[in-house]
Design a protein. Structure first.
Length: 146
């Protein structure tokens, strides 16, 4: 089974279940952001979480195998047209240099890991309009000299 087929089965099962990612993740015992990324084919799921995930959504044995396979983390290199995803590109376009400057000032020359990484997405209620709160937490990896 290919990752795209896996994702299609998972999304159909999720829709049929009526459960949210947060509800599913709580039953599985894993972060909802990470589990969603797994379901969309961008990460693999550790074997200890596979039975619980498959049980919650009634997923096939083929999906159980595909969940554990390493993904090809490649995405379309063009700017997306989906408004929400486009806005994230816009944030990096407008603030990427600022983020880089401040990270380098605080940590030195290096990068933030997307491997040793976690992310939380929260809703912050606000009378002027609810807010999206995205927290990214990645290990700093300094460039080495030799």
């Amino acid at each position: 089974m290919k990752k795209i087929e896996m994702t299609e089965e998972i999304m159909a099962a999720k829709k049929h279940s009526g459960l949210s990612w947060e509800e599913i993740a709580a039953k599985v015992g894993i972060s909802p952001v990470f589990l969603t990324s797994v379901a969309l084919g961008m990460n693999s799921l550790k074997p200890e979480f596979v039975p619980g995930f498959c049980e919650v959504l009634g997923l096939s044995d083929e999906v159980a195998v595909a969940l554990q396979e390493f993904p090809n983390k490649k995405w379309d290199q063009t700017v997306p047209t989906d408004p929400l995803i486009y806005r994230l590109y816009e944030v990096v376009g407008v603030y990427g240099g600022t983020i880089k400057e401040i990270v380098h000032e605080k940590f030195g020359d290096g990068i933030m890991s997307a491997i040793d990484f976690s992310m939380d997405i929260d809703k912050e209620e606000n009378p002027a309009g609810d807010r999206v709160k995205i927290t990214m937490n990645g290990k700093f990896l300094p460039y080495k000299s030799w």
